[in-house]
Write a protein that binds this ligand. Structure first.
Ligand code: AVI
Length: 364
């Protein structure tokens, strides 16, 4: 826990200063579980809150996951600094159509999105580590403030410092958090109509039941006047999907194997990367890409004091990436309390961007 001290608070407007002082009054510095530190570049429109996921959570999730058969590790652990860089490289691959298709949809329809949502909102982006796509929306939406949330502290810090320079008029309240665990606004964020932005089909990395639960927590966060703008990868010919997760230059394989490297570095483990290979297949029945790490020989792995045996061919399931038709996804979002406002799809039916509004007031 890092205590907030008044000298750590960076403020630009009188409003922001008053919010920060009220916060100290209300909670007292002792009770704060946020780290609100001056960024190295000393931006005066950037707040950085660190509600960092601890190593022990990572350790217990990995140990539990490797104890199961088939073994599995939650995909959120891909995103250490190296994993985040590899993911950024994936988004530039010719086979990975998702990112460029979604960007084109957002660019082509930015004015219409702004027309629906209006200006002066509080724009919240769970998983907005690289802040890449939000650029497209900022000029049209002119939000009062932007709240990106991401598990990778370094990635978020670098991206928000750059964003704060490019958009000096924008208040940024960055929060380093595992948003699948804590979906809360940082206390310095201003009030306003809330718009959650969840691009990149990250929703596909949740199993459908968990996706409904997660969307419900977004509905509770944005409340009855709030919106959700979300990018969702669509069902399509499986050869296109297969290529997107088995790229020719092997970046996706490196991204998958980096999970083992991360466990070695952070949890004192001894995975030999040459003993594992990347595998990605489309499971048509479940409507999802599955990524696995396949053991290439019989081997024993040590993680601290724990030992795990893997036979040759045994796998660690590292990710699911669900694909949805537009109707399937609207139904799923309805279960979380949203109603469809607008929908945009590219000409090749590869990717969809949905705008939803909360239809029922959800009990907190
Ligand atoms: C972040 N997420 C939406 C990506 C996906 O396509 O499921 C992660 C990824 N895994 C392999 N390639 C990209």
């Amino acid at each position: 826990m890092i205590k907030l001290k008044p000298e750590h608070i960076v403020y630009q407007t009188r409003d922001a200063l008053e919010r920060s002082l009220a916060l100290i009054d209300e909670l007292g510095t002792e009770q704060l579980i946020i780290a609100n530190t001056r960024s190295p570049l000393n931006k005066n429109n950037l707040w950085f809150h660190d509600l960092h996921s601890t190593t022990s959570e990572f350790a217990s999730d990995v140990l539990q996951g490797l104890d199961k058969r088939p073994a599995s590790i939650p995909p959120k652990y891909f995103y250490d600094a190296k994993g985040s860089q590899l993911f950024d490289a994936i988004t530039e691959l010719p086979e990975y159509y998702q990112t460029r298709t979604e960007i084109a949809i957002l660019q082509d329809n930015a004015a219409e999105i702004a027309h629906h949502v209006g200006t002066g909102s509080l724009l919240i982006e769970p998983g907005g580590g690289s802040c890449a796509k939000v650029h497209i929306l900022l000029e049209g939406l002119r939000p009062m403030a932007y709240v990106p949330m991401d598990i990778s502290s370094q990635h978020l810090r670098l991206a928000t410092e750059e964003l704060a320079t490019t958009f000096p008029w924008l208040e940024i309240h960055a929060t380093c958090t595992d948003f699948t665990q804590i979906m809360a606004l940082p206390p310095t964020a201003p009030e306003g109509t809330k718009v959650a932005f969840f691009p990149g089909s990250s929703i596909g990395n949740f199993d459908p039941g968990d996706a409904v639960e997660f969307l419900t927590s977004i509905a509770q966060l944005v409340k009855s006047e709030g919106y959700l703008l979300i990018g969702v990868d669509m069902k399509k010919d499986k050869s296109i999907l297969h290529a997107a997760y088995n790229d020719a230059v092997g970046i996706t394989a490196q991204f998958n194997l980096n999970l083992l490297q991360r466990i070695n570095h952070e949890l004192d483990a001894d995975f030999e990367l040459s003993g594992w290979r990347h595998k990605a297949i489309y499971n048509e029945q479940a409507g999802r890409i599955e990524m696995h790490l396949v053991s290439l020989r019989e081997q024993q792995i040590s993680i601290g004091q724990s030992r795990f045996e893997f036979a040759s061919g045994e796998t660690i399931h590292s990710e699911n990436s669900y694909k949805y038709t537009t109707q399937e996804f609207i139904k799923l979002a309805q279960q979380a309390g949203f109603q469809s406002v607008a929908l945009w799809v590219d000409a090749d039916n590869l990717f969809s961007v949905h705008l939803f509004r909360v239809k029922t007031v959800i009990q907190e």
